[in-house]
Design a protein around this ligand. Structure first.
Ligand code: TEU
Ligand code: CA
Length: 559
């Protein structure tokens, strides 16, 4: 079995704005991260994924880049970045940078040039189209952040495409000169010693020729519509990724993960089959829509374990032979997993450990999002003014301010699904602002920081932190966790997710109860072979092995 570091690694995602402030301006920064490297080493992570730290006007908190080769003023300098890289490498931790190359900031010099005139050499670095005879937009696509995906630019009287905010113009990947500029930029960072790349919405870089309007049924004239079918997993996306791999990525021993909203298992095999030389893994989103109704993310719907398990199982089986899974339930765009899939009340600690056991015993590379390891929860700000996320604020304006929707029901959806749930400052201790800043935090701290914080976790041998530390230590010693064959058990059980992992003559049994109600499992054949409880989230083994207590997770070695 050829062992690969990116299959065995555990990645820790840092959202720099909310991790640790070092200069009292209320915004996290690189020196703040440097001051916390011993904490990351203690947890045992192998890679740090750093959300964007490049120069940015922060319309979308760094996912709108105005200079790809310099550091955002609020975060520090290139020297600070070099110090961070050195500090990580000195602790045996690799650095994965976040590449946002589907779009740039509208303050990037390329766009400033591009918008200045129709014959500017940079015009075709972006996607410009004339309006219709009556000035209507080139098509009916909506932006992910509400409103249309086209902005009319007065200077040249044309529209430019922005799938996200109007300050995030889409780059034109059809332009080989633009692609070469991007490859040069990537080489700049890899030559500095970067060990990995996370590629933001990388499956959106190829748009269908002609940029056709969406024609779903019942659309009124001028009504906006989701155009994803015309730019997700588009016609040339694999060609572009293979070209990037051939020209740049293949020259380095690095880890790559593409963020691919809307990708299916079949798409993911094309992105991650090693023979195709594109990417090593992708972030799929199917399980992130398990609690969305027909009207999308803000149409909050109940989820079931059966639905979640069916999705995860499909991906485990689908990528068993070709390709590779990333494993996550949390990141800077998603609500906190213990609130969403566990119980952030009475069973917060137990259910957080159960979810961690899922992520670290399925087959794939596990990702930990900052604060997940201490069971940080969603937040319920009482007023929209306390929120900062452009996605939240644009949606609220469209639905409530302009659309007249009930503010409380929209706020309720924000409490459940809003991205700021994941962006409240990291909770380090019970001092003011949770030890995140001496100043005024850019986003309010979750009021539960007094009880939920790193200092408390490190002082409690039964904390979620030490459970994660044990899972990561187990992974380092047991190749079965990365490479073992996955096999589902109890496919119909409504509350239990049970599976085995097998590598050579070693076999583990994983039992997860997703309910606060105790369950009994009928797995006598497997349980009769259980020789050792490898890890569990209760202090002791259950009175009988068939019993699973509330949110209980147990991993047995089978003889
Ligand atoms: O996210 C892409 C994306 O689709 C997310 O916007 C996600 O679907 C949505 O936020 C769920 O509500 C990436 C980055 O992770 C995100 O932070 C950026 O806002 C976005 O791209 C644009 O760069
Ligand atoms: Ca700061």
């Amino acid at each position: 079995m050829n062992r690969t570091f990116w299959k065995e690694a555990v990645v820790y995602q840092i959202y720099p704005r909310s991790f640790q402030d070092s200069n009292g301006d209320g915004i996290g920064d690189l020196q703040g991260i440097i001051s916390r490297l011993d904490y990351l080493q203690k947890l045992g992570v192998d890679v740090v994924w750093l959300s964007p730290v490049y120069k940015s006007p922060n319309d979308d908190n760094g996912y709108d880049i105005s200079d790809y080769q310099d550091i955002m003023d609020e975060f520090g300098t290139l020297q600070d970045w070099e110090e961070l890289l050195t500090g990580l490498h000195a602790r045996g931790i690799k650095l994965m940078m976040d590449l946002v190359i589907n779009h740039s900031s509208d303050e990037h010099p390329w766009f400033v040039e591009s918008r200045s005139s129709k014959d500017n050499p940079y015009r075709d670095y972006y996607i410009w189209r004339p309006g219709g005879p009556d000035g209507e937009r080139p098509n009916n696509w909506s932006s992910v952040f509400s409103g249309p995906a086209w902005e009319l630019d007065e200077t040249t009287g044309e529209y430019y495409l922005h799938l996200f905010s109007r300050k995030q113009p889409d780059l034109n990947w059809e332009n080989p000169q633009l692609r070469e500029e991007l490859y040069k930029m990537i080489t700049f960072w890899l030559d500095k010693g970067v060990d990995g790349l996370r590629m933001d919405v990388i499956n959106m870089i190829s748009k269908v020729e002609g940029l056709p309007s969406s024609h779903r049924d019942g659309l009124a004239p001028g009504e906006l519509a989701w155009g994803g079918e015309y730019y997700m997993n588009g016609p040339r996306v694999h060609e572009f990724l293979h070209e990037m791999n051939d020209k740049v990525l293949s020259n380095y021993n690095i880890m790559t993960v593409g963020e691919t909203p809307g990708a299916t298992v079949e798409d993911a095999i094309l992105y991650t089959d090693e023979e195709r030389k594109e990417l090593q893994m992708v972030f799929q989103f199917e399980h992130m829509d398990v609690d969305s109704g027909p009207d999308g993310k803000w149409d909050v719907a109940p989820w079931t374990l059966s639905k979640l398990r069916d999705i995860l199982h499909k991906w485990q089986v689908g990528l068993a032979d070709k390709g590779w899974n990333s494993l996550y339930l949390n990141n800077h765009d998603q609500p906190r997993m213990v609130s969403r899939f566990g119980d952030d009340g009475k069973y917060r600690v137990i259910s957080a450990k159960m979810l961690a056991t899922l992520l670290h015993t399925l087959k794939g590379t596990p990702y930990i999002y900052q604060g997940e390891e201490i069971g940080m929860t969603n937040v319920k700000f009482t007023a929209i003014e306390h929120y900062k996320d452009i996605e939240i604020l644009n949606m609220y304006r469209e639905k409530v301010t302009e659309g007249g929707a009930d503010p409380n029901s929209v706020l309720n959806a924000i409490h459940i699904k809003g991205r700021d749930n994941a962006r409240t400052p990291m909770q380090w201790d019970d001092s003011a602002n949770a030890g995140f800043t001496e100043g005024e935090p850019w986003l309010k701290v979750n009021p539960n920081y007094k009880e939920i914080n790193v200092e408390q976790a490190l002082a409690d041998s039964d904390s979620i932190f030490y459970y994660y530390q044990r899972l990561l230590a187990l992974r380092k010693k047991n190749p079965i966790m990365a490479y073992g064959e996955y096999k589902l058990l109890l496919p119909e059980h409504e509350d239990i997710y049970a599976y085995t992992r097998t590598l050579d003559d070693e076999k583990w049994l994983v039992l997860l109860n997703f309910n606060e109600v105790p369950q009994t499992v009928d797995l006598s054949a497997e349980l009769s072979k259980a020789t050792e409880l490898i890890i569990g989230n209760y202090p002791d083994d259950a009175p009988t092995r068939e019993l699973l207590r509330p949110y209980e997770a147990r991993v047995y070695r089978l003889k």
